[in-house]
Design a binder for this molecule. Structure first.
Ligand SMILES: [Zn+2]
Length: 468
């Protein structure tokens, strides 16, 4: 019943998008960029963050040895934008499984000190590639790291922090006059992966469940019309292959394809609310390349059409809301868990005991960060943290129907799956079973969806009201 509703919602969303964009045709096109005055300033930078030697790879628990070289480099890329009033923000994208608070917070503190950029003006996204390195403290229960590998991961994560600070500083040091324009395309290789099985929810391919095929695109062009940067998104796990060669999966290939197609351009990928979507088909590296090319072509066709010019006014907001967890187990119950046969339960128990020893208690909630960047009145970028499920994108677009929204997931901190209320009730991997890998004693309590949506609306109001 609800899946029919979701399908209807999706077609409505597509119709609304097409109508809204159709209304904008004629304002500006790739072949007439000089028609739009360069009222923004934009800076772009990139850093190669490919690990130098063998390293444990993230995302799949079944891997049993470190990486063996790379298919192509992994990148941290930064797009800095500044409006006519001098309000500046930076969006950073990374070919990584996920950043954590222990990385994002120090990076943002450092750029606040060096550039005067407050937290609300820096958004850090990770593509969730399952062919990148493990990041320290990101779902560490998943991996059986020995002391040597833990050391490599810790050292890589420390260097990553330096790269992220540097890439933000470099983008801000390279500002030039530019125009911004927004458009949307579509790519169809994502499929909902939650499949009912006899005893609950499994992982498979389920065309009956919702999926978001929108490809949001933000183009930054120089005064002479050159494409300086293209930021694009897609709501789907980067899980085409479990190979041992580092690569950015479909998102890495899409960025490569766009940069080849538009020499001199920096293509930045930002993942959407794709926590319950996988690419289909999957399993081979050639398929990652195929999906990347499809996504790149979708972006390319948006760039070739008239896009909506974005007025030079930027407003940003950032705040946290506590998401309560189920009651934590006692220390005795955790000690009991340590004797479980399941290796992940054993590792979880070890982590929880360390927390009991360090803090005297286990956390009973997580402070979930929400970020909003409002670009003119043309669109708002909403940055949700964690592995965000697709229902959030649909609900926000539905309830804020007067606004054009780009809802990104995996922003700032990837600390758990963020189920919608529906998925929390259904259970299964994204509904609560995956909490063990992220080091939590149990699932979130009901009510998290309303808390998150409530904060998004509050921050949207704040940005609309006008304070920078
Ligand atoms: Zn995931």
């Amino acid at each position: 019943m609800w899946s029919g509703g979701a399908a209807l919602m999706r077609s409505l969303a597509v119709v609304l998008t097409v109508t809204a964009l159709a209304g904008s045709r004629g304002f500006g096109a790739e072949d007439q960029p000089q028609a739009t005055p360069a009222t923004w300033r934009v800076g772009v930078a990139r850093r190669d963050i490919t690990p130098k030697g063998p390293i444990w790879m993230a995302g799949y628990a079944m891997r049993n040895h470190p990486s063996e070289g790379a298919v192509h480099p992994l990148w941290a890329k930064a797009l800095a934008v500044e409006d006519a009033e001098g309000q500046r923000a930076v969006i950073v994208t990374t070919d990584l499984i996920g950043l954590v608070r222990e990385v994002s917070d120090p990076v943002c503190e450092r750029v606040e000190q060096s550039l005067g950029l407050p937290r609300q003006r820096v958004l850090l996204n990770s593509s969730h590639t399952h062919c990148g390195p493990v990041i320290r403290k990101c779902a560490e229960v998943t991996y059986g790291l020995d002391a040597h590998q833990s050391e490599i991961i810790a050292s890589y994560t420390q260097q990553l922090e330096d790269h992220l600070v540097a890439v933000i500083e470099e983008a801000c040091g390279a500002m030039q006059p530019a125009t911004l324009a927004y458009g949307e395309g579509e790519a169809t290789f994502a499929i909902n992966r939650r499949k009912p099985v006899d005893d609950g929810q499994g992982i498979g391919e389920n065309p009956q469940r919702p999926v978001d095929h929108t490809v949001p695109v933000l183009a930054a062009r120089a005064e002479d019309g050159r494409l300086l940067a293209v930021l694009f998104g897609y709501a789907c796990h980067n899980t085409t292959t479990p190979i041992y060669q580092l690569n950015g999966d479909y998102a890495g290939f899409a960025q490569l394809a766009l940069e080849e197609q538009h020499p001199g351009t920096t293509a930045l990928f930002m993942i959407g609310c794709g926590a319950d979507a996988n690419p289909a088909p999957r399993g081979e590296l050639a398929l990652a390349q195929q999906h990347g090319q499809a996504l790149g072509q979708s972006v390319d066709s948006v760039l070739a059409q008239p896009m909506q010019p974005v007025h030079s006014r930027l407003r940003t907001a950032f705040a946290r809301v506590e998401l309560p967890l189920v009651d934590p187990p006692s220390r005795e119950a955790v000690l009991e868990l340590a004797t479980a046969e399941n290796v992940y339960q054993q590792r979880l128990a070890k982590l929880l005991i360390q927390r009991y020893d360090a803090d005297g208690a286990l956390p009973d909630s997580y402070p979930f960060p929400v970020q909003v960047m409002r670009f003119g009145s043309e669109f708002s970028l909403i940055g949700l943290a964690g592995e965000t499920l697709v229902d959030y994108a649909f609900r926000l677009r539905n309830e804020l129907a007067g606004e054009r929204l780009w809802v990104a997931g995996y922003c700032n901190e990837v600390f758990a799956y963020i189920p919608s209320e529906r998925v929390l009730q259904e259970g299964g991997y994204e509904g609560g079973d995956a909490m063990v890998y992220y080091g939590f004693h149990g699932p979130f309590r009901p009510g998290l969806e309303d808390r998150i949506v409530g904060l998004v609306k509050q921050l949207m109001d704040q940005c609309a009201a006008g304070s920078p």
